[in-house]
Design a protein. Structure first.
Length: 264
């Protein structure tokens, strides 16, 4: 089994948490999209759009996060045990997966920072197109999506819709956690695997006070989730406590140096 991913990617975090919780060994291909490492021929071979995560098991290639998690959970016993309510788990997974998180997360990153990294990524794509004509069509698609993202960030309705969708999701989770320790009863399941990275990003963006800690059940749930070994390995290692500053600093130094020396 192989996984193309990066620790910064929320959907990649969901897949890695699932693999760690299930104790499944896999070959990791970590590609930093901010540095342009995802503009990679190996990634384009398994996904022409160059998006992550991509999960490969022999000839089987899965690109949809929900599909990947359902496949992982089908290996041996489901996470949480054989008595878990699979229908309710999948219902929660689909609900979480339906949230279009990019408008919300990007809108909570300082605009100067977002513009700086976005411009760098576009320059890397253009330089790669010149050096790798065989990948030109793949890279052109990447460039078009980069410009589409900029346009999206100027559309107030999309940004407000993403925020409202998140609030509705959190309110439903808060209500559910009033009566059970996890999203689907007494056991930690794939529904929780999908939810934890959402909370992780809210903390990373420093909006946890408004979105997590004002909801007492989610706040308690989040404190418990951060004690899990899978969280510490997949998310806490990069974004927990002071680690998020280290992660940001090393990426910024790399991008700044390459920008200064025009090494795209």
């Amino acid at each position: 089994m192989q996984l193309y991913h990066h620790p910064f990617c929320m959907n990649s975090q969901k897949v890695r948490l699932a693999l760690e919780e299930k104790g499944i060994d896999y070959i990791s291909h970590s590609l930093n999209p901010i540095k342009g490492r995802d503009l990679n021929a190996d990634l384009f071979r398994v996904d022409p759009d160059g998006r992550m995560p991509v999960f490969q098991n022999g000839s089987l290639i899965l690109r949809d996060t929900l599909g990947i998690l359902l496949f992982i959970d089908s290996i041996n016993e489901p996470l949480g045990g054989i008595s878990v309510n699979k229908e309710r788990i999948e219902e929660w997974m689909r609900r979480i997966n339906a949230w279009e998180f990019r408008p919300f997360t990007l809108s909570n990153i300082p605009i100067k920072m977002r513009t700086y990294f976005g411009r760098f990524k576009r320059r890397v794509i253009i330089a790669k197109m010149a050096r790798n004509p065989s990948l030109a069509s793949n890279l052109r698609g990447k460039l078009q999506r980069a410009y589409a993202t900029e346009e999206m960030m100027n559309t107030a309705e999309i940004l407000e819709g993403s925020k409202r969708q998140l609030q509705d999701l959190l309110d439903m989770a808060e209500q559910q956690l009033e009566s059970s320790p996890y999203l689907v009863g007494e056991s930690f399941t794939m529904a929780d695997v999908m939810f934890i990275p959402v909370l992780g990003w809210l903390e990373l963006l420093s909006v946890d006070k408004e979105y997590i800690h004002k909801r007492k059940n989610i706040s308690c749930y989040w404190d418990k989730a951060k004690r899990r070994a899978s969280y510490k390995l997949v998310i806490g290692k990069h974004f927990g406590g002071l680690n998020k500053y280290k992660t940001f600093l090393t990426t910024t130094i790399n991008v700044s140096f390459r920008t200064l020396t025009k090494r795209y």
